[in-house]
Write a protein that binds this ligand. Sequence first.
Ligand code: ZN
Ligand code: CU
Length: 483
Amino acid sequence: MLPCDTLIRNASVLDGTGATAEVLDVALCGDRICAVGPSLSFTAASVIDAEGLTLTPGFIDVHTHDDIAVLRNPTMLPKISQGVTTVIVGNCGICAAPVRLQGDPPDPMNLLGAADDFRYLTFASYVEAVHAAQPAVNVAALVGHTSLRNNHMDRLDRVATDAEIAAMRAQLEEALAQGALGLSTGLAYASANAASTAEVIAIAQPLASAGAIYTTHLRTETDAILDALDEAFTIGRTTRVPVIVSHLKCAGIANWGRSDDVLNALDAARTDQPLGFDCYPYAAGSSTLDLKQVDERILITVTWSKPHPEVAGQPLKAIAEAWGTTQLDAARRLQPAGAIYHSISQADMERILAHPATMIGSDGLPYDPRPHPRLWGTFPRVLGHLSREQQLIPLPTAVHKMTALPAQRFGLARRGLVREGCFADLVLFDAAKIIDTATFADPITPATGIAAVWVNGTLSYQATTPTGNRSGRFLPRQRIQWV
Ligand code: ZN
Ligand code: CU
């Protein structure tokens, strides 16, 4: 009998490919899976009887704003408690590095942390900080276009000059050499909206030869979403780089029902360029409080406000009534502030999530004092609510969307699969019980039904408690092989 460190016996294994479950044993040696098969003959210091439980690859949260959270709160309870073993940070144009601030972080960089959290002048210094913090989950990082703009421009409400573009491009190139995954944009935000398509294309030049990726929070997710998608496709085709459209949705009541058009546009473009997209399983979005998104017909909840912290958790409508003013005026007085917008139709969200190419990304905001429940609930909500209860997608498909599919899209080699030789990022859960418990009223609460989580072979979370062992790594970019 061969020795291994951990032997998981008789688990119902979903390997991440979308294949149906098989009852198998899985042996872990060091940070790897060293064998997968029926009735393995291994001896192990730790033997786990997993009969009746489902074992899958650790979940990859492709859309996060955990840039600073992985350093300040390395236990990463909101994520490890869901079975997430890898987070991709630096989304929506905002990142922690490379950053040089003058004063406060601009909107929406203020979603990540306070001014003194931004201490990483180079991407390499951020990588070092991740090593030093040793978070419970693996971290891969994009460089944000808005952060680059803020490093090199005196004001963000204009297009960058050629000299500024050259400086941003050089900084991106340096970060890519230090392991960055690619470039993200947040073109909808005022801090990047003045950037032209040509500005983004010029900055993105180093991506193709580095085998890197482009992710985008589209210029708009409302009326002109098809134009915004076209812009993203153009940027990808012109620079010869794979594109990921972040948190795909049709926002605003006027756009409810347009998910078919949006998915058709993506499917058409997918036939001639590499394209991916992600989605979170809620009919509400969250970000900074944006005056353009104030609509009296939808519920908007204020999650934080710098001048008025006392109103956190209250509907904007109630705040406006108490102040004897309109919601728009109240929103203006609350700035800077954060909000949850119930501005998505459930049917559109479900249609997008069920599309075979859609990955799962939480878009959780860990720095928010009253975060959208997606921060703690996304993955168990897909598995327990949308797959088991609503039967929107079969369980093996749901697992594929959060494991092998994102690993392939983001070039995370040897992750996202239960296979010999792969890293032992694994989740063991009760498929009949797994469910999110975080709600809009009570958002900071862990999911139930997760039995155990391993990260790089280390048991990191067990039956609702972190084990205290953290073994996440920084994952430098590998060339993205896209088929
Ligand atoms: Zn975004
Ligand atoms: Cu985001």
